[in-house]
Design a protein around this ligand. Sequence first.
Ligand code: CP
Length: 301
Amino acid sequence: VRHLLGIKNLTENDIQLILGTAREFKDVINRPIKKVPSLRDITIANVFFENSTRTRLSFELAEKRLSADVVNFSASGSSVKKGETLLDTVNNILAMKVDMIVMRHSSPGAPHYLSDRIKANVVNAGDGTHEHPTQALLDSFSIQDKLGDVAGKRVAIIGDILHSRVALSNIFCLQKQGAEVMVCGPTTLIPKYINELGVKVSHDVREALNWCDVANVLRIQLERQQIKYFPSLREYSLYYGISKKMLDELDRPIVLMHPGPINRGVELTSDAADSHHSIILDQVENGVAVRMAVLYLLAQM
Ligand code: CP
């Protein structure tokens, strides 16, 4: 049984296969009849132990566009609240003849733990601070759409790198395709292991914006901070917040990305988020095609 647990162990060919397949599915979902029968008779459970808007709806739509049967599980309101374990919860779902599990969990490694113990495909929809593979794939797909290719592009990932699964999956995904990556943020929000990943590091947001073709801006993940980190949100927006004026004043075009949810007025001003530089809603649109590709390819293996 094959899984998508992260980008780290994918090859560049794997990534291009997923992105190429997603491109075919993007054509499909732009037709008047958006559905294909590819996953008819496959049942998929979206098992979410953490909140989500985009990833959860995007997976559900991807599954429905592929004609799969879909069930949705949220830990809140479930028997997890009565003490049922992750493995018992998933084994009970699988007993109802489910073929694939799409899981979001707050613990890094939870989908890996599951994949070693069950006989269904597991897709990681975000595991704590570790990886968010489908987000990185849809981000690369969106860069390809906008700039033609990922290879040779300079991508700055700006914000709370320490707590971000989007950052780690993007670093792996972009580097495997030949992009240059910079991370930018306050020293307290850059992990110590960053030097092992072969990325540039900056603590100056203007330097990052001047360097890059694409700025992928991340939210400060207050819910993952065990201690109060410097800076506060007010200080963060003062030193690292990005406005439309800052983007307009650059000497060359820049593509602005954000995985969502945006904290408007903190990492991005509203006028930046809604500006012509932004492809934030294109990322969301592309997420459905990319997730269709991942589910379709896993079902063939
Ligand atoms: N980008 C992303 O993972 O958003 P959600 O948390 O809303 O799924």
